[in-house]
Design a protein around this ligand. Structure first.
Ligand code: NDP
Length: 237
C-alpha cells in the first residue's frame, strides 16, 4: 500500500515550484491531494491533470477565503502551507501596502490556515509550513520583510505545537535555502552570491524539499514537533 493511501492532503500554493513538487510527491504516494493557486491557472490545471489532484483558486492574501478553503477541504490528515512571496528592494522605498500583503500571505495565512485545519484534524494530523533559512540568517540587504515573515513562522510553530500536541497533531517548519524555482532560478543573477554562502554550492531541487515534507508527514515523525527543519546546503551554518 502506498505510504499516504487514503490520506487527505491540502497544499496551499501548489501550482508551481516547491509546492508543485509537494503535490506530485503526495499524489505519487497515494494521497487525495487538493492544492490552491492564485495567479497561475494554467500551471494549476496542467498539474491537476498530471497528478489527479483537485484545485481551488484561493488567494492566500484573503484570510477569509483561506479559512473557507481549509474548512471545506477538511478534515485533513496533512496541511502544507507553501504559498509565499518575496519582495526585494530598498526598505525606505517599498510600498507599505505591498509589505502588508507579503505579511498577509507569508504569516497571516499560515496561522489562520493551521488553526482552521486543526479544528477537524484527527490524532496523527500534520501541519507543515514552508519557511526559509532566511528566518535564521539574512546575509544581504533588501529582504527584511521577507526575513521577518519567515522568522514569525518559527514562533508560530513553537506555539501551535503546544496547543495541538496533546491531540497528537504536529506542527513543523521546513526551512529551505536557495531552491531552483521561478522565484529563485538556479541560473539567476543571484547565483554566485548565494552559492558563496553555502557548503554545497548549488541550488536545491524542489523534490528535495518535498522529500523532507513527506517524511515529516509520515508515521516516523510523530515525535517531531515545534521544530525548524533546515534544508539549505549549509547556507545558514
Ligand atoms: P514560486 O514563486 O516558484 O511559487 C510560489 C507558489 O506559491 C506558486 O504555486 C504560487 O501560485 C503560490 N502563491 C504565491 N502567492 C500566492 C497567493 N497569494 N495565493 C495562493 N498561492 C500563492 O516560489 P517557490 O516555489 O520558490 O517558493 C515556495 C515557498 O518556499 C515560499 O513560501 C518561499 O518563501 C519558500 N522558499 C523558497 C526558496 C527558494 O529559493 N525558492 C527558499 C526558501 C523558502 P500562483 O502562481 O498560482 O499564484
Amino acid at each position: 500500500m502506498a505510504e499516504f493511501e487514503g490520506k487527505s492532503v491540502l497544499v496551499l500554493g501548489g501550482s508551481r515550484g516547491i509546492g508543485a513538487a509537494i503535490v506530485r510527491r503526495f499524489a505519487a504516494d497515494g494521497a487525495e491531494v487538493t492544492f490552491t493557486y492564485s495567479g497561475s491557472p494554467e500551471a494549476a490545471e496542467t498539474l491537476a491533470n498530471e497528478t489527479g489532484a483537485k484545485t481551488v483558486r484561493t488567494d492566500s492574501a484573503d484570510r477569509d477565503a483561506v479559512i473557507a478553503t481549509v474548512r471545506e477541504s477538511g478534515p485533513l490528515d496533512v496541511l502544507v502551507v507553501n504559498a509565499g512571496i518575496l519582495i526585494f528592494g530598498d526598505a525606505l522605498e517599498q510600498d507599505p501596502d505591498a509589505i502588508d500583503r507579503l505579511i498577509s500571505i507569508n504569516v497571516n495565512a499560515p496561522y489562520h490556515a493551521s488553526v482552521e485545519a486543526a479544528r477537524s484534524m484527527q490524532e496523527g494530523g500534520r501541519i507543515i509550513v514552508i519557511g526559509s533559512v532566511n528566518g535564521d540568517r539574512m546575509p544581504v540587504p533588501g529582504m527584511a520583510a521577507y526575513a521577518l515573515s519567515k522568522s514569525a513562522l518559527q514562533g508560530m510553530a513553537r506555539g501551535l505545537a503546544r496547543d495541538f500536541g496533546p491531540r497528537g497533531i504536529t506542527v513543523n517548519v521546513v526551512q529551505p535555502g536557495p531552491i531552483d524555482t521561478d522565484a529563485n532560478p538556479a541560473d539567476g543573477p543571484m547565483k554566485d552570491l548565494l552559492h558563496g554562502f553555502m557548503a554545497i554550492k548549488r541550488h536545491g531541487r524542489p523534490e528535495e524539499v518535498a522529500g523532507m515534507v513527506s517524511w515529516l508527514a509520515g508515521p516516523e515523525a510523530g515525535f517531531v514537533t515545534g521544530a525548524m527543519h533546515t534544508i539549505d546546503g549549509a547556507f545558514g551554518a
